[in-house]
Design a protein around this ligand. Structure first.
Ligand code: UDP
Ligand code: MN
Length: 341
């Protein structure tokens, strides 16, 4: 009898526990599904930061230069055009200091172009994102020629070996495909922002966090006062880089591409695809990847533009209206340095 009582008690306890369990489970699963519903209704899925405009849209060419001869501070889609006087370095540095960001910086030094690395890196260490985390990725076919430049504490450098090439056009063109692969394999994990820069260049002034934005292009020093029909865009409709003479905002320099890793990935992937289509038709755009970049920026507007302060040319004298030159292409003997004419 005692034994039977114990069995009843046991069954009763088990039943109570099951009921409590069911109530608890019902409550929590109910609250989870309500929460999901709330999340669905309160938070829209995040959109990528893109400023796309349609092909063939008719509007006046924006002028990069105002009546006073100075570069204007805004593009007509309200993207800032960064230049001396538009930002406070102390303030902007202190804002970005809170963000713990890494800026990947890629340069190609293939063939004789390794000779530019020393000045490029030494001048970058004086001027480029000083006090912020920078990771240089140097693509070269001569890793032994990468100079040992002393880097500041938060700056790092990785050498990536690539095959040599006997056509400068191919070296320049292959940058898009190599950037695409590097972003896929490493930069999504290793960096927040990326800049791809020409190595035949030197820094002469500050280049810092004022240049950061989702998608960044630089206005070319030779064309910022020119009408759009004079821009050296690709004009053959057979090429994917084609831009009609009545379209165009600015002429962008191919020596600087920047932005958030995600946005630059989309850019380099698109340009690489367009370059492949051209190659399959045996067409090479007039200024190679710079032509494709200009096409991309026309229909995918940069969220920030850099004034020609950020991409000058040592062969060009500085007008008074340009206050400071920060980064400039050095003078080079094309015949001597390139593998082919
Ligand atoms: N480049 C290189 N080796 C070459 C040709 C080009 O490494 O033989 C790379 C290098 O990074 C260079 C960039 O491609 O800065 C663009 O080429 P270049 O500067 O000759 O073009 P430009 O600025 O004169 O139009
Ligand atoms: Mn160059």
């Amino acid at each position: 009898m005692k034994h039977l009582q114990n069995v009843y008690t046991f069954i009763l306890v088990l039943a109570c526990l099951s009921i409590i369990g069911l109530i608890y489970f019902g409550y929590t699963s109910n609250s989870i599904s309500t929460r999901n519903k709330e999340e669905r209704s309160c938070f829209k899925p995040q959109k990528e930061h893109q400023l796309q405009s349609p092909h063939g849209l008719s509007y006046n060419q924006p002028s990069a230069v105002g009546p006073d001869g100075k570069v204007v501070p805004l593009a007509p889609w309200l993207a800032p055009i960064v230049q001396e006087g538009t930002f406070d370095p102390i303030l902007i540095d202190s804002i970005y200091k809170q963000q713990n960001i890494t800026i990947a910086t890629t340069v190609f030094a293939v063939g004789k172009y390794t000779r530019f690395l020393k000045d490029f890196l030494e001048s970058a260490e004086q001027n480029y994102f000083v006090g912020f985390r920078v990771h240089y990725y140097v693509f070269t076919d001569h890793p032994e020629q990468v100079p040992a430049v002393k880097l500041s504490e938060e700056h790092h450098l990785t050498v990536l070996t690539v095959p040599s090439s006997n056509r400068w056009q191919d070296i320049s063109l292959s940058r898009m495909a190599r950037l695409e692969k590097l972003i896929e394999s490493r930069l999504f994990n290793e960096a927040d922002y990326i800049f791809s820069l020409d190595v035949d260049s030197k820094f002469y002034g500050r280049w810092g966090v004022e240049t950061l934005s989702p998608l960044v292009g630089v206005i070319h020093a030779w064309f910022y006062g020119e009408p759009r029909n004079k821009f050296t865009y690709e004009r053959r409709p057979e090429s994917q880089a084609f831009i009609p003479s009545n379209e165009g905002d600015y002429y962008y320099g191919g020596a600087v591409i920047g932005g958030l890793v995600k946005n630059v990935y989309r850019l380099v992937k698109t340009c690489r695809e367009q370059l492949d289509i051209d190659a399959s038709k045996s067409i090479e755009a007039v200024w190679q990847e710079e032509s494709h970049l200009n096409k991309y920026f026309l229909y995918n507007k940069p969220s920030k533009l850099l004034s020609p302060e950020y991409l000058w040319d040592d062969t060009k004298s500085k007008p008074d209206q340009i206050k400071i030159i920060r980064f400039s292409q050095v003078i080079k003997n094309y015949k001597e340095i390139r593998p082919n004419p």
